[in-house]
Design a protein around this ligand. Structure first.
Ligand code: GLU
Length: 508
């Protein structure tokens, strides 16, 4: 039997989770659920230089909002705890030493200044310095120095590192589920640092491989930017003697800017006119970046949109719930080429999901906006308004703008519309209309419509002009929902007050 599917999402807490990161988490999650496996959240925080306060909390909150459930990991625990690498730091040195002992790695003692000097010497000669087989025996390393000197430096100095000893001229064969077979010659690769004495911490490469092994990860699904690290990772599995349990790899295509030119990056922030983060991000430096949640997107719409950036079910179906995504997902259907992000399509998805969401759920959300504005509204009325507004809203944040006239009588009138309709007989007609309206007993939209219609027909009045002037009085402009429905919802008194108010209006 094949081994249990165990995948991990392993972000480094270096800032807010970008939509590309959400997609990586989502594909991992869909793959785990589809195959009855586990989705693990591991926080890779061994790079203390790049650590950003609040980033881990942000990741957890974002996954929760998206409906991506963590089976094991930071915030939920599990059999391989701790899942935060900084809390596992004590064990990595032994693994690095094991590689040195077996001649797969070595100690390097160069200081940052020494390396800088070597680099600039190379540059002067028009060459690029690379820490590899050509230099490892000429620099201050355990391969060039006598054993006692190595011992002395290891105990007395704290700037040594462990570097992987990349073999010379060897074809490294790798298989990627999305890209197929890939071969890289080892001579094109350098000797990457695996462990740093200065902070007693492993680098990404060592910690990542050791943890994937210990956490029994079956599939590594991550962004394309990690593909260049794959040869080293494969070599590390080999050096540790873990080839048998090496996970399968799948590198996801890049997310591109809407123009198709270049990668959609974190730094794009709000500059392209749409958020690149799931939630609003208050960075420690005081800067604030927009988030899909705060911009009025529903998580179902956001997830549906993200899921289709690089994957499709092989049919025309675009509206897919999380359960349908799980059911249809396969890594084989993930494309190789970059996927262009389309902010307009994101709105299209959202409008669809708003229409599909029960009025009660939307009303509850909308009531938060009303609470903020200290507007009280009884449930039945709020539900009616919600039912009308949801048909027009692209974003949850559109609700107030689309519905404000239900709560607040016009304080001014649209000048153009006023000039067009509030003239000739129309002002007198709406006064007459208010009498008709006042006589409607059961104040439903249908009854108001019926009464107005009969009155207009009986007097052969111009329907359009009268209704538009009435709309101006009630809404303040020529927009909004069905007018008789509006009147019914705001009630007889408010309707008559608004018609009366336009009559009192002396200036715009
Ligand atoms: N910590 C890496 C990142 O920030 C994880 C890459 C991987 O999944 O191996 O994306």
């Amino acid at each position: 039997m094949s081994k249990e599917v165990r995948v991990r999402f392993a972000p480094s807490p270096t800032g807010a989770l970008h939509i590309g990161g959400v997609r990586t988490a989502l594909y991992n999650y869909l793959f785990a659920r589809k195959n009855g496996g586990k989705f693990i959240l591991r926080i890779e925080d061994t790079d203390s230089q790049r650590f950003v306060e609040g980033a881990e909390k942000y990741v957890i909150e974002a996954l929760k909002w998206c409906g991506i459930e963590i089976d094991e990991g930071v915030s939920v625990g599990g059999p391989h705890a701790p899942y935060r690498q900084s809390e596992r730091s004590a064990m990595y040195l032994a693994y690095a030493k094991q590689l040195v002992e077996n001649d797969y790695a070595y100690y390097a003692f160069d200081t940052a200044e020494e390396l800088k000097t070597v680099r600039s010497e190379y540059e002067k000669r028009g060459e690029t310095f690379s820490y590899n087989a050509k230099v490892r025996e000429t620099l201050a390393t355990s391969l060039s120095l006598p054993a006692e000197e190595v011992e002395r430096r290891l105990t007395e100095e704290n700037h040594w590192v462990v570097r992987f000893k990349m073999p010379v001229n060897e074809d490294i064969h790798m298989t990627d589920i999305i890209r197929g077979d890939v071969t890289v010659n080892s001579s094109t690769l350098d000797d990457k640092v695996l462990f740093k004495a200065v902070d007693k911490l492993p680098t990404y490469h060592l910690a990542n491989i050791v943890d994937d092994y210990l956490m029994e990860i079956s599939h590594v699904i991550r962004g394309e930017e990690w593909l260049p690290s794959l040869p080293l990772h494969v070599m590390l599995y080999r050096a540790f003697g873990w080839t048998e349990s090496m996970p399968q790899f799948a590198h996801l295509p890049l997310l591109l800017k809407p123009s198709g030119k270049g990668k959609l990056s974190k730094r794009d922030g709000d500059s392209l006119g749409f958020p690149v983060f799931p939630l609003l991000w208050n960075a420690p430096d005081g800067s604030v970046s927009r988030g899909y949640r705060e911009d009025g997107y529903l998580p179902e719409a956001f997830i549906n949109m993200i899921a289709l950036l690089g994957w499709n079910p092989g049919t025309e179906q675009e509206i897919l719930s999380m359960d349908e995504l799980i059911d249809l997902f396969s890594l084989e259907k993930v494309g190789k080429s970059g996927s262009r992000f389309d902010p307009e399509k994101a709105k299209w998805f959202n409008a669809h999901y708003i229409k599909e969401t029960p009025n009660e759920v939307l009303a509850k959300e909308f009531s938060k906006v009303l609470d903020d504005k200290k507007i009280e509204c009884e449930d039945a009325k709020l539900l009616k308004i919600t039912a009308i507004v949801k048909e027009r809203a692209l974003l949850m944040t559109d609700f107030w703008e689309l519905a404000s006239y239900f709560f607040i009588a016009p304080t001014s009138y649209n000048e153009k519309v006023f000039k067009k309709f509030y003239k000739d007989e129309n002002p007198a007609r709406v006064v007459e209309a208010s009498k008709i309206i006042s006589e409607v007993e059961d104040f439903t939209g249908e009854n108001i419509h019926e009464a107005l219609h009969q009155w207009i027909m009986a007097n052969e009045y111009p329907m359009g002009k009268i209704m538009n002037t009435l709309r101006l009085a009630i809404v303040g402009t020529n927009a909004g929902a069905d007018l008789c429905q509006i009147m019914s919802i705001i009630g007889k008194k408010d309707t008559l007050d608004r018609i009366n108010a336009i009559g009192q209006c002396t200036k715009l």
